[in-house]
Every structure is written in structure tokens, then in C-alpha cells.
Design a protein around this ligand. Structure first.
Ligand SMILES: [Zn+2]
Length: 524
């Protein structure tokens, strides 16, 4: 029986990997490509890890699993908390593999906290609260430490290291190095039919240092030859060495998958969607903006944090959005990337003011303003594509989706700015749809069509001959598992049990996670 080894580099893009492959910097990935097939892997809309990884885990679009952003709002309030495994409102393939008796080793897959009870071992990924077990079984980290190993959580907060790339790269290499050693030990000392592992240093690095590693960035030519350029490439080399080490532990008939959850494009300009809506006259800020607005900016942010502490705001106004709701017709509803805007609709949104009878007209006007908005500095339009909710989302959780969705044009980030639009500061790269895939194994054939991230769950189940508990939106990639392989569906209900029955995160933990999210540039 063949096994599946899935190695994911969060945010990897051929635009960056191809030149590194040509330089000979990634010999192990090159060897995998040479014995397999490579392609683009289409991500989800919205194009970020928080929506994409649940689509990986479930095989369905965000409209069917209900995760659209790094935050989810408590219904009927403006309180928002970081999303967790419990936010995924659909059965994952982990439940299917568990039901089929297949053993799993899952490491750092985003949104697997709180750790589900699976047949196997799991260390959660994503943004995690400190001081809690983030594994299944709960003592897995103790087991690692008895073996002299460590699995550091969180880290790589790239906004914290603004203008200190050396220190950022040191931390990213150190954290990743420890996780690689722990992964090798777990591969050797646990039983698994599926080994799936996600490496986030690529995504974090490309957000802040695309100008050193991405040829489509205007500063690339002058930066690539510097010492920081070389050190940035070492992030990829470290993970390439890990591919070599993991694949040394594979058997000839194992299916090997190398993927990313989304691609990356460089940016030199950044927007702030709430400020842009304010400029258009659709949003008024609340007075608290004076406190919360400057938080991401170095020393000012630290002062602002202290004010936040002093006023005892922790847990009371978790993750506030500085909007005066009684005077705003629209607001940013995908705050991590700025890709979603919603109408402040009466009867749906708490404090909604737009009459449902006016919804279509207001939305059409806002879409028109957003899509025709021209960057005064470059003369270009930052919004490449714009969609109405119903044109993208058909699933059962479509009613909680943003009303308007956008994709950024090349050169633009729709978030990470202090004003409506400005030169990008520390951010030099942001997400795009086109991720990567390499498949190698006995049945692998060249890809006939472009595979999608939502194809991964049914494909993994087909490869391991495990029935699916739900109908996936994605399909089995026959070019990966052969034309005879299929995924049987089985009428099973429910999701994988989660051990604790307490609230997923406490308010204090939400505050800690919020702090880390700010460090990752996902919140202002
Ligand atoms: Zn990212």
C-alpha cells in the first residue's frame, strides 16, 4: 500500500522558485520535478491562507466551509476572534482518514487548533495561543522534548522586524530548523499513511523581502547580489534540504506532493480599504481610531499597546474595527488582505444603516468606485478584478460571505497601508491565485488541466483508498493517482471531535493571538 507525503510551502510561486531552480539553489525540489510533473495550483477566492487551508482540508470552497478571513465575527455583534479549526463548518479529510483507519502525521497545517482527535499525531499550525497544548495527543510536545527536540509555535512576526531583515531571517531560520529536526524524528518514530507538513517561512519572507528574491520587484536587481539577498535565498535552501531529508524516508511507491496554498506577487504600493471607503464617502471612522490606528508602526505602536493595556481594553473590545457604524454604508469585511467589502445592511449587520431596498444600488456604486479607482501616482488601477458575492460563492455559507470581492493588480497590496493609498513600506509582496504543485509517484502523469487546491482532499483520499464523508467541490486528480482511482462517498455525518468543550479561545488568548496577528501584518 502506497503512502502519501505532502510537503507544502505556504505562498510558494513559480515566479520565485523557477529562478532559484535555475541557479541550482533547490536541488532536491529539482530532483522531485525531474521524476514527476509540475503545474500551477489554483488557490481560493479570497486568496489567503486562512480561507485556503480550510479548502485544502475539506475539498470545498470557502462558501461551503465558511472561513473567509483570519477573524470571524460573533453573530449580532462587532466582536471578532481569530479563526480556529472549529470555524471550519465542514467535515475535513482528517475525519475521513480517521474513519478509514488511516494513520496521519500532520505538522503545522494552518487552522488545526484546537487539535482534532485523529488517528495519528498532529501539531497545530496557524496563529496559536501560548501555554496551551497545540497537539494531538496533547502530550506530543512533551514527547518531543524528552527526545531533546522542540516545536516552537508562532514566531516570524515580520512587522516586528521592520527594517531589520537580518534579525528576521535569523529567527525564521532558527524556528524552521527546530521544526525540521522535530519533523524528521516524528517521521521516524510514529506510524503514518499520510505525512503532511506546511512550511510558513516562505510566505512570511515573501511578504517582507520579495524585493530581495522576486524578479518582478523593481528593486530585485540591486538587492539580489547583497548579503541579505543571499540570506533570503537560504530560507528556500533550508526547506529544500528538508525536502531531501523527508524524501530519504520515502518508499518508491509513495505518492509525493509538493504544493502551496496560494502564489505571490510583488508590490510597491499599498492600500487601506477602510480609508479608501472613507475617501469615497461611504465610511466614517470612530473616535477610537486615534488609539488603534497607529498600532502597527514601530515605537508608536508600543505606546499605543500600553494605552490599550491601561484602559483595560483586552477582551472587552477584541479586535476592534474603528468604524462609526451609524454613519457608515460599507466596511472592509476581509481585514487580513482587504479583498472583501460589505454593505452595512439594516436587519443583517448589527447597527446596519443601509435599507435592504437600496442594497443593490449602493453595492453597484461602491463596486464602480473601487474598480475605477486610479492610483494618482502611477495612473494604474489597483483592483484587477471585482466580483459580486453571488458570482463567486454558491455554497451553504454564502450568506456570511463579503458582499464584494476583489483581486489586487500586480504591484499592489490591498492592505498594509496607513492611508487610502501610499508607497508600500515594509511590505513588498502579497498573495495571488497561482500557487504551485509537483506530483511524483507511480501513477503520476502530466496534468491535463490546471489543478486546484480543492482537489487535494479528494485526491489524497483516493490515493489512500479511504471513502469521503462529504461531496467535494474539487475532484480526484487522475493525473496524480491514475485514471482508475476514485473516491467513494460514504454517508457519514459530523466533523472530527475536538477534545475540549470550553470556548475555543478565551478573551485573553484572543488578545495574544491578536498581538501575533499584528506582528504578521494581518491587523492594523
Ligand atoms: Zn501570506
Amino acid at each position: 500500500m502506497s503512502r502519501v507525503i505532502l510537503i507544502a510551502w505556504d505562498g510558494a510561486d513559480w515566479r520565485i522558485l523557477d529562478p532559484l531552480l535555475e541557479r541550482g539553489d533547490l536541488p532536491n525540489l529539482q530532483a522531485l520535478i525531474d521524476r514527476g510533473c509540475k503545474s500551477v495550483l489554483k488557490s481560493t477566492i479570497p486568496t489567503h491562507s486562512w480561507a485556503a487551508w480550510p479548502s485544502f482540508l475539506t475539498g470545498v470552497d470557502p462558501a461551503d466551509h465558511g472561513v473567509y478571513d483570519i477573524l470571524e465575527t460573533v453573530p449580532g455583534t462587532h466582536k471578532a476572534y481569530p479563526v480556529t479549526y472549529k470555524s471550519i463548518k465542514e467535515r475535513t479529510f482528517l475525519a475521513d482518514l480517521t474513519a478509514a483507519g488511516k494513520r496521519q502525521l500532520l505538522l503545522d497545517v494552518p487552522l488545526t487548533f484546537p487539535a482534532p482527535e485523529i488517528n495519528g499525531n498532529l501539531i497545530a499550525g496557524g496563529v496559536l495561543p501560548k501555554g496551551r497544548s497545540v497537539s494531538f495527543p496533547a502530550d506530543l510536545q512533551d514527547t518531543l522534548s524528552k527526545a531533546g527536540l522542540e516545536w516552537p509555535i508562532n514566531g516570524m512576526s515580520w512587522t516586528t522586524y521592520r527594517n531589520r531583515p537580518d534579525a528576521y531571517l535569523d529567527e525564521a531560520l532558527a524556528v524552521t530548523g527546530k521544526r525540521i529536526k522535530a519533523s524528521e524524528w516524528l517521521m521516524d518514530n510514529t506510524e503514518w499513511d499520510l505525512f503532511a507538513t506546511v512550511w510558513v517561512s516562505v510566505d512570511r519572507t515573501q511578504h517582507c523581502l520579495s524585493n530581495y528574491v522576486a524578479p518582478d520587484h523593481p528593486d530585485f536587481a540591486k538587492n539580489t547580489t547583497t548579503a541579505i539577498g543571499a540570506k533570503t535565498r537560504s530560507i528556500y535552501k533550508q526547506l529544500d534540504d528538508a525536502i531531501g531529508s523527508f524524501l530519504q524516508r520515502s518508499k518508491p511507491d509513495d505518492l509525493i506532493l509538493f504544493i502551496s496554498d496560494h502564489g505571490f506577487q510583488s508590490c510597491t504600493r499599498a492600500l487601506h480599504m477602510d480609508h479608501l471607503l472613507h475617501q469615497f464617502g461611504y465610511l466614517e471612522f470612530s473616535a477610537s481610531n486615534a488609539i488603534f490606528g497607529p498600532m502597527q508602526w514601530g515605537p508608536v505602536r508600543n505606546v499605543a499597546r500600553k494605552v490599550y493595556d491601561k484602559l483595560g481594553l483586552h477582551g472587552k473590545v477584541s479586535l476592534p474595527q474603528s468604524v462609526n457604524w451609524s454613519k457608515s454604508q460599507a466596511y472592509t469585511s476581509i481585514r487580513s488582505t482587504g479583498e472583501g467589502v460589505s454593505i452595512n445592511l439594516a436587519g443583517r449587520d448589527p447597527d446596519g444603516i443601509v435599507d435592504p431596498a437600496d442594497y443593490e444600488e449602493v453595492r453597484a456604486k461602491i463596486m464602480d468606485r473601487l474598480s475605477s479607482f486610479v492610483d494618482p501616482k502611477t495612473g494604474r488601477t489597483p483592483v484587477k478584478a471585482i466580483y459580486r458575492r453571488e458570482d463567486v460563492f454558491k455554497g451553504k455559507h454564502a450568506d456570511t460571505a463579503p458582499d464584494i470581492l476583489m483581486e489586487p493588480a500586480e504591484g499592489y497590496s490591498l492592505t498594509h497601508a496607513k492611508s487610502a493609498i501610499e508607497d508600500a513600506d515594509w511590505v513588498s509582496g502579497d498573495h495571488r491565485m497561482d500557487g504551485v504543485i509537483v506530483a511524483a509517484g507511480p501513477g503520476v502523469q502530466p496534468f491535463a488541466t490546471t489543478p486546484m487546491l480543492i482537489d487535494m482532499a479528494p485526491t489524497i483520499l483516493a490515493a489512500l483508498d479511504a471513502p469521503a464523508g462529504i461531496k467535494h467541490t474539487g475532484s480526484v486528480l487522475t493525473s496524480v493517482v491514475g485514471s482508475e482511482a476514485s473516491v467513494k462517498s460514504e454517508a457519514v455525518a459530523g466533523t472530527v471531535e475536538i477534545a475540549d468543550e470550553e470556548p475555543t479561545v478565551t478573551d485573553t488568548e484572543a488578545d495574544e493571538m491578536e498581538e501575533h496577528l499584528r506582528g504578521l501584518g494581518y491587523l492594523e
